[in-house]
Design a protein around this ligand. Structure first.
Ligand code: 26V
Length: 825
């Protein structure tokens, strides 16, 4: 057999991807044999399936070569556990990674097909909420590109992030049935499945040697079935894997009922167990504490760890080698149950005692924190854990017992430290998942310098004191392959023509562009590319909303989840201020400007939804006002997702990164925009600070209170009323909203916004930063009047983005946290 496999992997049975004729033959073969359609009557969907099946074959061949090599090398691996992966569409990515885009385009053209139209057929797998899930996808790309042995584990949600439409100015959510026409990229592994247990009770006994042993019995089991998606890197022989778990009912479960003759009950319970992987929770800022969410978390953690341990034992036999051979990165606390689950597997399944099991466990995990917002820090009610995962609760108690011993030793007599550091919040009777993740990990990292500092100083200070060196920073990054090469071919070509293509795998190579900022011919070409991207974006938005933007106007863009802390409201206040100014004809009349806002609000987050409505109401008023609409236009872009981002970001002039200082952990959109030649208007928050340090103060519009000033202002007693009383412009803007100017049919529509700003004390300091924001925006307007200077600064932004590649983030994780090396292939 071996020679046949060798032939399949290396021999002449393979498609020659550099030969148009060979590609065309393969395409037709795949269409006939796999898709089962006559090429003469094939539609775009058939062509999409055909191209993806052809690529899937290549993915599989190369994937096998990688795993064979790796198995041979016994390489240390990293597993990235994440509830979310926002990969974006795969087709163009795989073509680019394999270096076959142009040949494929040519081959399809010869068959009368357009590659871009075919690529549009692919659904965008929205298996994530926002930043955290997209970061996971960028990391997989960087790991594969730089040949690190990294694997993702997640959930194959049947329904991803809802799709959003705007009806009557309001967000409407629709289910994202992304699998309804199948997913050609996945490999179903019917044979790879693990039981995941819930509920039941614990029986403890002494074994023959008199040791205490515990068993978890009478459980209700669900089966986790593996679906693999291959992960390619750019121009890399390494193909890694993203394994997503899907919930199935177990046969044993069904049988119980069938044997009782209750067919309907059996099928009903089957559906119940399958709800575990049914839908992605569309909240990214407040924890609800729902049992189903807890079960989802445990479901994917348990399946992943069973799989990881089984693979380890196949290769190395010895559990004691686990920390040498693997490391597991926890993407936020969502997979933090991995800590007690590993303990359970080591003790209850493999018979280890507590101490050795704990030593191994603590040598395996690392934890990334992604948020400072207290309402987003996960805690679970003790009663719920007891009901759903009784064995894990016991283990958590034991971990806490040992942990508090150490706290007593380190802070003798300090009851406050004990209370603050406990895994159990006594006042609410909840388990603090961040504390569990910290105690169970060898390293904890924040995602930008400021974020890590605030974690260490404000959120977990005693933990930092107790374990010096445990808390480290790894500033986020984005992959330049998707966020420049793929989404902005015009700018990519221009850059490559000017400085070569080294930047595709080493973003710091972009510094070679710096001198070109002074080259007027280059500036002209750079701005011509931007112009084309703006036209593309305008057409795209016209299709989505019916509103046409003028590509000559300044494209001012804020796209991200809608949240109070991100302050889309501050953006609207500025828009209304511009509107008033233009209407009054007061000098200087700013603009023309197109303000583009996009993003989804969590379905239960009323204020965020109200902000969407306000943006749409304001847009309606402004876009229909003949006196204003040529100077100012407002567009709410519906259904912001990875695919829409790929069109939006290259077309932006101005990137809005205006969160209240101290709230946005890092941001990654900020990096994507600057990389595509937008200037940033932003606060000193998250990675904006590092972006400012890189691009220089002259090339970014920074405004507003710093994180320390926000804290001080609040401490001294911040009074939103006074701020408004002292600022006539602000007062007029607020009055206009609250008087119902934008909602004449319902004058009190925005009173909840007024209450958040005044009655509830303007938690995010929108009013406090208003004046500084206006001044910064005025500076933007002034600069935009000077296109040459604007272009210089935009080019310098691109040139100085080298630090913000996810390649750099991954190299840092690999060297400082994971201790892994690139594979030799
Ligand atoms: C939190 C929750 C809470 C429970 C319900 C489901 C759910 C789902 C996701 C999240 C994640 C919130 C944290 C998050 O997305 N943080 C973002 O992470 C980005 C990558 O590090 C970072 O750039 C953003 O600043 C940060 O907001």
């Amino acid at each position: 057999m071996d020679h046949l496999v060798k032939d399949a992997l290396e021999g002449d049975r393979r498609v020659d991807t550099q030969d148009v004729d060979s590609i065309q033959r393969a395409l037709i073969t795949y269409m006939v044999r796999v898709v089962g359609t006559d090429p003469r009557s094939a539609g775009p969907r058939d062509w999409f399936l055909t191209v993806s099946h052809l690529l899937k074959g290549i993915l599989s061949e190369r994937g096998m070569t990688t795993s064979r090599a790796q198995y041979g090398q016994g390489t240390r691996r990293v597993y990235y556990l994440s509830m979310e992966f926002l990969t974006g569409r795969r087709l163009m990515k795989h073509l680019l990674d394999f270096g076959v885009e142009s040949k494929m385009r040519e081959a399809l053209e010869g068959l009368g097909q357009d590659l871009d139209a075919i690529a549009e057929e692919e659904p965008d797998p929205a298996l994530g909420n926002g930043g955290l899930g997209r970061l996971a996808a960028c990391f997989l790309d960087s790991m594969a590109t730089h040949r690190y042995p990294g694997y993702g584990y997640g959930i194959r949600y049947q329904f991803g992030m809802f799709s959003q439409t705007i009806e009557d100015g309001q967000q409407v959510e629709h289910p994202d049935n992304w699998l309804h026409r199948g997913n050609p990229w996945e490999f179903v592994r019917y044979g790879v499945n693990y039981p995941v247990r819930f509920h039941g009770r614990i029986v403890c006994f002494k074994d023959e040697k008199g040791r205490q042993k515990c068993q978890w019995v009478d459980t209700e089991d669900v089966l986790a079935m593996a679906y693999d998606m291959k992960v390619t890197g750019y121009d890399s022989p390494v193909i890694s894997n993203l394994r997503l778990w899907s919930a199935q009912s177990t046969n044993a479960f069904d049988l119980r009922y069938f044997n009782q003759g209750n067919y309907i009950e059996a099928v009903k319970d089957k559906t119940t167990s399958e709800t575990l992987s049914k839908v992605l929770y569309p909240m990214d800022s407040t924890v609800l504490g729902q049992e189903l969410r807890l079960k989802q978390e445990y479901f994917f953690v348990s399946a992943s760890l069973q799989d990881i341990v089984a693979r380890h034992l196949r290769a190395h036999k010895d559990l004691a080698l686990l920390p040498d051979k693997i490391t597991i990165q926890l993407n936020d606390t969502h997979p933090a149950l991995a800590v007690p689950e590993m303990m359970r597997i080591l003790m209850d399944v493999h018979g280890l005692d507590w101490e050795p099991a704990w030593d191994l466990t603590r040598g395996i995990f690392c934890y990334t924190n992604h948020t400072l917002l207290p309402e987003a820090l996960e805690t679970w009610p003790i009663g719920m854990l007891e009901h759903v995962l009784p064995r894990h609760l016991e283990i958590i108690y034991q971990i806490n017992h040992d942990h508090l011993q150490q706290v007593r030793f380190r802070f003798p007599g300090d009851m406050e430290a004990l209370r603050r550091m406990s895994l159990v919040d006594d006042s609410t009777q909840r388990i603090r998942m961040a504390h569990l993740a910290i105690v169970g990990s060898k390293r904890v990292n924040g995602v930008a310098a400021l974020h890590t500092r605030l974690l260490r100083e404000n959120v977990f200070p005693e933990f930092d004191e107790m374990s010096p060196g445990k808390f480290v920073n790894v500033t986020n990054g984005v992959t330049q392959r998707r966020w420049l090469l793929q989404c902005n071919p015009g700018l990519s070509d221009l850059i490559t023509e000017a400085i070569g293509d080294a930047w595709t795998t080493d973003l710091t190579a972009l510094t070679a562009l710096e001198p070109l900022a002074e080259d007027s011919a280059f500036r002209a070409r750079f701005m011509a590319v931007k112009r084309i991207n703006k036209e593309r974006l305008a057409v795209h938005m016209k299709g989505l909303t019916g509103v046409m933007a003028d590509p000559d106007s300044l494209f001012d863009v804020q796209v991200k989840r809608i949240h109070e802390y991100k302050r889309q409201l501050l953006n609207v206040l500025h828009v209304i201020h511009l509107y008033i100014t233009i209407r009054e004809g007061g000098a200087p009349v700013p603009g023309p400007r197109t303000v583009i806002v996009g993003g989804k609000a969590a379905p239960g987050y009323h204020l965020a939804k109200l902000i969407i409505r306000l943006i749409n109401d304001v847009a309606l008023t402004i876009n229909n006002d003949p006196q204003v609409r040529d100077r100012l236009r407002v567009i709410f872009m519906p259904n912001y997702n990875v695919s829409n981002a790929e069109v939006t970001i290259p077309g932006a002039d101005l990137s809005e990164q205006i969160s209240t200082a101290g709230t946005e952990a890092s941001g990654t959109g900020n990096m994507k925009f600057a990389l595509n030649g937008a200037l940033t208007i932003g606060t000193l928050d998250g990675a904006n600070i590092e972006i400012k340090e890189e691009v220089g103060d002259d090339n970014i519009f920074i405004f507003g209170l710093t994180a320390d000033e926000v804290a001080q202002t609040k401490q001294r007693g911040y009074n939103p009323w006074r701020v408004v009383e002292e600022d006539a412009d602000l007062k007029r803007v607020i009055d206009m909203i609250t008087s119902g100017f934008f909602s004449p049919q319902q004058v009190n529509r925005y009173h909840a916004i007024r209450d958040a700003l005044f009655e509830e004390g303007d938690r995010y300091m929108v009013l406090a930063d208003f004046r500084a924001y206006l001044d910064a925006q005025a500076a933007v307007d002034a600069l935009y009047q000077d296109p040459e200077t604007w272009a210089r600064k935009a080019i310098l932004n691109v040139a100085r983005m080298g630090l913000f590649s996810s390649d750099r983030s991954i190299h840092t994780y690999a060297d400082d946290i994971w201790s892994i090396k690139p594979m030799e292939l």
